[in-house]
Design a protein around this ligand. Structure first.
Ligand code: HEM
Length: 397
């Protein structure tokens, strides 16, 4: 690569340190004074790291920035060998597909699903309690809850859930900066989903696959490949697990806030948003390419430059949030961008919020003496392609 560190003395290596749940202090200071800066990634590429709230929002919404293969890239176009729309695209193709996808993802559907999310949570916590203290928050709740919920919502039979867990593990094992990509683990998943879609078309149910099959009957521009791609995207996105454990980690570090939530459970929805703002899931995010000259944070960017916006850093911008380093569950408004911003705003945000609220609310209600089973700074971390997370979280009660 011609863009080397020798040609750019003073360029910092990024990430600054191994991620263990908190953004480094240096990065948090930069949010204030160096909103856009040049860094070198582990694979040697130079990118612009974007930290300021306004600057991150610009990158994620302005058409002068284009995403290069999304975190939620389903690989559909490559496999099908023809232009297939998927949610990682930009522009009108994305808007249209997103509209069709959203038809199945209504707030009403998610709200109606709330009691089922509570029931699954209760069953998982019953089992954890039966096995006895200490339990593992990750294995006992944080992994299975979103997996069961998203499989059920999509219309995947319970008996096939383990196959999904395996495909998912293969998908996540691809490291963010791996030099070579491993074989596409979505191929088997896609073949399976194609079959389920055919079945749902013949015998519809109350699930997303059936709803998309119905949307297709009204708008034949929606192809089977696109529906399968949507299902893969939702399965991958819907298994996002980090926010529940990151949220509990933050509450253990703020026992006063935890106590207040026990006394005032009505504050939970606001607390969930503040936990989403306060916690960080990764030191990296989707890279985007500059398509036309643009000034960002006082820096003139040229076409072809690569930028990496960091929403978790933007959530700590003192220009947008008063006392950004404080976990304040009374914060209002709380315009955090943990679910993204603009056209790609998380399709599953409502579902994600209900899952976090149900999981954390149930833990606080059921276990008044809940405590971490090991010191918080000894928790084991995993580092994956899209997000980092805790690989285990011992808890005692
Ligand atoms: C708390 C948990 C979650 C977090 C923090 C989260 C975060 C995000 C973020 C930051 C994006 C935007 C990425 C971009 O700019 O391309 C996104 C997109 C997406 N998320 Fe989530 N997500 C969560 C839960 C979920 C759930 C439960 C689902 C599905 C049921 C889901 C489905 C999606 C989909 C389909 C997209 C792509 C939307 C598009 O590109 O138009 N997410 N999510």
């Amino acid at each position: 690569m011609s863009d080397s560190a020798t040609a750019h003395p003073g360029v910092r290596e990024y990430p600054f340190e191994v991620f263990r749940g908190d953004l480094p202090g240096e990065l948090l200071r930069m949010v204030e004074h160096e909103k856009v800066s040049r860094v070198r990634l582990p694979d040697g590429r130079l990118v612009w790291l974007v930290l300021g709230y306004d600057e991150v929002s610009t990158v994620m919404t302005d058409i002068r920035f284009r995403r290069r293969g999304g975190a939620y890239d389903t690989g559909s176009a490559a496999e099908a060998g023809c232009p297939v729309r998927d949610l990682s695209m930009d522009g009108p193709a994305h808007t249209e597909l997103r509209r069709l996808a959203g038809r199945a993802f209504t707030a009403r559907r998610i709200d109606a699903y709330r009691p089922r999310i509570q029931a699954v949570t209760d069953e998982l916590l019953d089992e954890m309690e039966r096995r006895g203290s200490p339990g593992d928050l990750v294995a006992d709740l944080v992994v299975p809850l979103p997996a069961i919920v998203i499989c059920e919502l999509l219309g995947v039979p319970a008996a096939d859930r383990e196959r999904f867990a395996e495909w998912d593990r293969a998908l996540m094992a691809v490291n963010t900066h791996a030099a070579t990509e491993t074989a596409d683990p979505t191929i088997a998943m896609r073949a399976y989903l194609r079959q389920r879609l055919a079945e749902k078309r013949a015998a519809p149910g109350p699930d997303l696959l059936s709803a998309w099959a119905e949307a297709q009957a009204e708008d034949p521009s929606l192809t089977d490949e696109e529906i399968v791609g949507l299902a893969v995207t939702v399965l991958v996105g819907g298994r996002e697990i980090g926010s529940i454990s990151a949220g509990m980690r933050a509450l253990f570090q703020h026992p006063d806030v935890m106590e207040r939530l026990r006394d005032e459970p009505a504050r939970l929805p606001a607390a969930v948003d503040e936990l989403l703002r306060y916690t960080s899931l990764s030191p990296t995010f989707l890279e985007q390419t500059v398509m036309a000259p643009v000034e960002l944070g006082g820096i003139a960017l040229r076409p072809g430059d690569v930028v990496m916006p960091l929403p978790w850093a933007a959530n700590r911008d003192p220009g947008k949030f008063a006392r950004p380093g404080e976990l304040d569950i009374d914060r209002s408004p709380n315009p955090h961008i943990t679910f993204g911003v603009g056209p790609h705003f998380c399709l599953g945000a409502a579902l994600g919020r209900v899952e976090i609220e149900t999981a954390i609310g149930s833990l606080l209600r059921r276990f008044p003496k809940l405590r971490p089973g090991v010191p918080i700074d000894e928790l084991p971390w995993r580092h994956e392609r899209i997000n980092c997370g805790l690989s285990a979280f011992p808890i005692a009660w």
